[in-house]
Design a protein around this ligand. Structure first.
Ligand code: 6PG
Length: 251
């Protein structure tokens, strides 16, 4: 039984362009608040198509943020090299990372050119070192806390690379796993729910008519068979859904 979830915060923009602007404004607000609070902003970027325009618009605001205090991670990555057209890193690098004065050392790329399980373990080790976490095998449930995690919504209700029916959905001790995705017959490397739910803020970006039905289903908090995206319930953080009108059509 899914525990009764608190109603998420939903903001609807008139169209995709307005959504991109709203997302950039929220990103900058989050970044400035985090830097004011603890002198750095740690953000996990989402992949897929929706965020590309957000990242491109953000790159035009490059003078608005102290990029040397911003640390870039990825919520998930496809099991491909960084130059592959499917690479989330490549998309983010082309649209944002290569266009702002970010020190290379501040960008934590998933080395998805490696064996998927090796890449996942290496990314987990990097996160453990960055956040100075103890060894999870001590069961101390020390989780990395991102200031912001950007997420998208797939038309099957997946988010990051947490797909319906995949093993990663029940992972509760690892920070990063290699998740076999049957529908694609490939591995993905993904942050796990405990990490997503430790974030200070999670921001879903959902755009377009094609997402209207799945969005309605996912935001139906009473559904007995929860979609993966419904299991993003920040323990203490803010959950914000940024939508455009076409995606929000059925709400
Ligand atoms: C990925 C993303 C994935 C994405 C959704 C929505 O690696 O593709 O992490 O979760 O956010 O599939 O993708 P679109 O934005 O392309 O609709």
């Amino acid at each position: 039984m899914v525990k009764k979830q608190q109603a998420p915060e939903i903001k609807v923009a008139a169209d995709n362009a307005a959504l991109n602007l709203m997302a950039v404004e929220e990103f900058c607000r989050c970044a400035k608040a985090a830097i004011a609070a603890h002198n750095r902003f740690c953000v996990a970027l989402s992949g897929g198509n929706t965020p590309r325009a957000v990242y491109s618009l953000l790159a035009t605001k490059k003078d608005a943020l102290p990029w040397d205090k911003i640390y870039i991670f990825f919520g998930d990555e496809r099991h491909v090299p960084p130059e592959h057209s499917d690479s989330n890193y490549r998309m983010a690098n082309e649209s944002l990372l290569s266009r702002v004065p970010l020190p290379m050392k501040n960008i934590y790329r998933v080395h998805a050119e490696l064996d998927a399980k090796v890449a996942a373990q290496e990314y987990e080790d990097q996160l453990r070192e960055f956040y100075q976490l103890q060894d999870i095998r001590l069961q101390n449930n020390d989780w990395p806390q991102f200031d912001l995690i950007l997420l998208g919504l797939g038309d099957d209700g997946h988010t990051a690379s947490l797909f319906p029916g995949s093993l990663a959905l029940t992972e509760n001790t690892r920070i990063v796993v290699a998740n076999w995705v049957k529908k694609f017959n490939e591995y993905r490397i993904t942050l796990t729910f405990p990490v997503l739910n430790q974030a200070a803020q999670v921001m879903f970006l959902v755009s377009g008519e094609s997402k209207a039905q799945i969005l309605k289903d996912v935001l139906n908090l009473d559904s007995a068979n929860p979609y993966p995206a419904q299991r993003v319930q920040p323990v203490n953080g803010r959950l914000l859904w940024l939508l455009d009108q076409p995606a929000a059509r059925l709400l």
